[in-house]
Design a protein around this ligand. Structure first.
Ligand code: PHE
Length: 464
């Protein structure tokens, strides 16, 4: 044990509260906001889905986030050693291993989409969408959707873009906590926020804006099924990067004076704001151009080139948009890769370069073999799903919620209350501890029960 503690003291941390906020936000904000949130809202009926999603964020997501921050900062360790330090010799460390494994499933499909986003940045740079501005509405939407089809299914390119994306992430991790993660996120997150506001503002002045807004804010509860509940819960986990050790790992780099429940609230609220802005940027376009809101993963790629084609300087702004989407995707994936790399590096004592290489190598190799339509095994369907959908489903709907459930049960029932509150209140110095009291109740009863309830109903054991 003393060895573990000595290592914890040598560990790098972020340098300030602001750095903590931006790094955590950079993990939360990613393809989830600009790619997944809009298409899931589209597929699951709009406003009602958003309401349920918000409930999941506040009653389930935030308590899980705070619990992970606690585990990480208290122990200043990777996800496996963290559980080991809090309950030496127990099986809880397998929750840490489960997180490491889950991160691979997420990285596999995330890096695929990350590769598409990189590809689109280069397309925008080489003015591939320049002609869209002068096309009729029908021609323009046909053109962008066939572009997307080409990007996804061409034989070799998407594999190379995925590897490039994974390589950039590997380099940031290799550069370290302060010089890599902190520098990149502190510089780029504010720019991303400005750009998304600009994009939403333009969209809101399109003809279809009214319909887009109605779609986002009108709740039709008849669309809610147990499957939709599970999807909203999965999205809340995915969005806040929970249930797979990411927030334990980042929490282990937090400064000791950080008010962690406030950080979780700030991050959750900013993250929701970015998702809503993305929705406001995308749905007016969907309705103006007569696209299908439930068209799935291609939604982002089929709408954004259309908005920018109707904006002065759109050719320049679209480059900026995809560049920033690339950044959001890159920094979010950085937080995923940090989980298994820190386990290999600290628990298995492999050097850092080798740990990064192993993780990035596995993601690239399995990705190249399975996730693309043109991959060697890309045509195979398991349980009626492509590998791409299967990885996403397993990670977001099964492993992350299970990891989250185990984490809150651990913190709520197996960690001494005094220890928990001492850490969360920074030794009693944090002002306004009302939320902490509510947290104590949520983490013990409400969050685990909700998680179990949603699970059981989604697999048909409980009927609603
Ligand atoms: N939260 C990120 C997003 O929305 C995805 C993510 C999941 C990041 C899990 C880290 C861990 O894009």
């Amino acid at each position: 044990m003393s060895n573990l503690n000595r290592e914890a003291d040598k560990r790098e941390t972020f340098s300030s509260g602001l750095a903590v906020f931006f790094a955590t936000l950079s993990s939360a904000v990613g393809l989830g906001n600009i790619w997944k949130f809009p298409y899931m809202v589209g597929e699951n009926g709009g406003g009602a889905f958003i309401l349920i999603y918000l409930v999941c964020v506040f009653l389930v997501g935030m308590p899980v986030a705070i619990s992970e921050f606690f585990i990480g900062r208290k122990t200043r360790s990777n996800a496996v050693d963290a559980f080991e330090k809090l309950k030496p010799g127990s099986s809880w460390k397998f929750v840490g291993y489960l997180g490491g494994i889950t991160s691979f499933f997420v990285m596999l499909f995330y890096s695929t989409v990350g590769g598409w986003v990189y590809r689109y940045t280069f397309k925008a740079l080489s003015m591939d969408f320049k002609s869209v501005g002068s096309m009729s509405i029908e021609d323009a939407s046909l053109f962008v959707s066939s572009e997307f089809g080409n990007v996804v299914s061409s034989p070799v390119a998407p594999i190379l873009w995925q590897i490039a994306f994974t390589g950039v992430v590997a380099l940031i991790i290799f550069a370290g906590v302060k010089n890599g993660i902190e520098k990149v996120t502190k510089t780029l997150m504010p720019v991303l926020l400005v750009l998304i506001v600009l994009c939403a503002a333009r969209s809101l002045t399109l003809e279809g804006a009214r319909e887009g807004i109605d779609f986002l804010f009108t709740a039709d509860f008849s669309a809610i099924t147990p499957g939709v509940l599970l999807a909203a819960l999965g999205l809340a986990f995915f969005k806040l990067s929970l249930g797979m050790g990411t927030m334990i790992t980042y929490g282990s780099y937090f400064t000791k004076d950080n008010n962690m429940s406030a950080t979780s609230a700030k991050v959750a609220i900013s993250d929701i704001a970015v998702s809503m802005l993305a929705g406001l940027a995308i749905f007016p376009v969907v309705f103006t151009f007569g696209l299908e809101p439930g068209e799935g993963p291609g939604l982002l790629f089929n709408t954004i080139p259309l908005v920018f084609s109707r904006i002065p300087f759109g050719n320049v702004l679209i480059v900026a948009f995809f560049l920033l989407a690339s950044i959001a995707a890159t920094t979010a994936m950085t937080s995923m890769m940090a989980v298994p790399v820190s386990i290999l590096n600290e628990k298995f004592k492999l050097n850092k370069g080798l740990s990064v290489l192993i993780v990035a190598g596995i993601v690239s190799a399995i990705g190249a073999l399975t996730v693309h339509p043109s991959s060697l095994l890309g045509h195979i369907q398991l349980f009626g799903k492509s590998f791409f959908d299967l990885y996403d489903f397993l990670a977001s709907n099964i492993f992350m919620p299970v990891g989250g459930l185990l984490t809150v049960v651990f913190v709520g029932w197996f960690v001494k209350k005094v220890l928990l509150f001492d850490e969360l209140s920074n030794g009693g110095t944090v002002k306004n501890q009302a939320y902490l009291k509510a947290y104590g109740f949520l983490v013990k009863f409400v969050t685990p029960l909700l998680l179990i309830f949603i699970f059981l109903s989604s697999i048909g054991i409980l009927s609603m």
